[in-house]
Design a protein around this ligand. Structure first.
Ligand code: ATP
Ligand code: MG
Length: 380
């Protein structure tokens, strides 16, 4: 057990790291953040900011020597750096580097799901240029090309209408390789399970969320999802199977598509707290970040005990186009919780913050959230 007073290491200092750091500081831990960005959102709350590349050997050595455990807040933290922390510096890494390595590589991830006997959509993997022709002929269209590594928020993805277009796209952009080409499915809806798993395998799931995306980026998340209980429990069962199979420690986000007839298809997983779990900061008995702190420190997961219903809306840089958004309108609503990540540069598509409206039920919270969303011009 890692007790308050100890220092926790964090690879990545974005908004997820910011909330992790706040939760850890709140419970009496120190946090060292490794992030090359001098204005990383987590740095403001960290006890120390190591401003260096994620694979910088001296910075990793410092982290290894000074921290009782190291975790990560984004799936692109190099698995090799996590492996080096565990092997060369002897510091526990949670979640384990191997699990992060699978989650950050779309080909390995889909093969892993398939090997577990879990439902994935039709896809073909392409490792190099020689594999293009066979792979693009093997899927149905329209399809989506997704680069195997370093994609997020729909980046590194190209939608293609047919095999010829897919092959042309890949020949013109060899940087997309290795990649998967996956059939574009008709989605009834999207849902996600955020769970926590302890070192000794105890698990707790947060209420299932329903997610709506705009332009490939999460826009609105609602919890608990208004879906049949059997569908929610099947999603939880699959997510827990994945966590067990990976011998996972910490908070894990698992994204699902619901296709015709209410059938579940796995999309992807995130080896960290998840954007669709942000509502847990303001609704329920514990936040996903508090859960992450407990789990990486070796404690059992808290029971999230579903609280009020919640609707979260992401705030992208786009809504700063005419100056700061109308915060006064948000803050005037007594059920609305505003979160801003302290990012200075409001670029289009950049996640700058979010707000969560809580209520007795979704039918109570959703109209208020959508009204505020449109007032701010989100999605325009
Ligand atoms: P994020 O980091 O936000 O999760 P990402 O870059 O990892 O995004 P995906 O989750 O693969 O990307 O895709 C983003 C969104 O694009 C999905 O949530 C879904 O709305 C849509 N999408 C992706 N793949 C498919 C598919 N095969 N069929 C239909 N829609 C899809
Ligand atoms: Mg996704």
């Amino acid at each position: 057990m890692i007790l308050p007073g100890a220092t926790l290491g964090l690879l990545g200092g974005g908004q997820l790291g910011r909330y992790f750091t706040i939760a850890a500081r709140n419970a009496g831990y120190g946090v060292w953040v490794l992030d090359p960005d001098p204005s990383a959102p987590a740095a403001a709350f960290a006890t120390r900011h190591l401003c260096a590349a994620y694979d910088d050997p001296p910075a990793l050595a410092e982290l290894g020597a000074g921290c009782a455990v190291v975790t990560t807040e984004f799936e692109n933290a190099p698995a090799a750096a996590l492996q080096a922390l565990a092997n060369d510096h002897g510091v526990p890494v949670r979640p384990p580097a191997a699990a992060v390595g699978v989650a950050q590589h779309r080909i390995l991830e889909k093969q892993f799901f398939r090997d577990c006997g879990l439902p994935v959509g039709p896809f073909a993997a392409i490792h190099d240029a020689d594999g293009i022709d066979a792979a693009v002929a093997a899927v149905q269209y329209p399809a989506i090309i997704k680069t195997a590594r370093f994609g997020y928020d729909g980046k590194g993805q190209v939608r293609v209408a047919n095999a010829v277009q897919a092959a042309n796209e890949l020949r013109a952009n060899p940087g997309l390789l290795p990649c998967v080409v996956e059939q574009q499915l008709d989605l009834e809806r999207e849902i996600s399970v955020v769970l926590g798993r302890s070192v000794d395998g105890q698990m707790q799931c947060f209420p299932v969320a329903e997610n709506r995306h705009t332009g490939g980026i999460l826009d609105v998340s609602m919890a608990p999802a208004d879906i049949p209980p059997a569908l929610a429990s099947e999603a939880r069962r699959i997510a827990m199977q994945i966590a067990d199979q990976l011998d996972y420690v910490g908070v894990l986000g698992v994204e699902f598509f619901v296709v015709a007839g209410g059938r579940l298809v796995l999309n992807e997983m995130a080896p960290r707290p998840h954007n669709s779990g942000h509502y847990t900061i303001d609704a329920g008995a514990c936040s996903q970040f508090e859960q992450q702190v407990r789990l990486v420190c070796g404690f059992a997961p808290l029971d999230p005990k579903p609280g009020s219903a919640a609707v979260m809306v992401n705030l992208l840089g786009d809504i700063w186009r005419d100056g700061p958004p109308d915060w006064a309108a948000l803050l005037a609503n007594p059920h609305c919780h505003l979160h801003l990540y302290g990012k200075e540069d409001a670029r289009p598509g950049r996640k700058m913050g979010h707000f969560t409206v809580t209520g007795a039920s979704l039918s109570d919270a959703l109209p208020q959230a959508l009204k505020l969303r449109s007032h701010l011009g989100v999605g325009d």
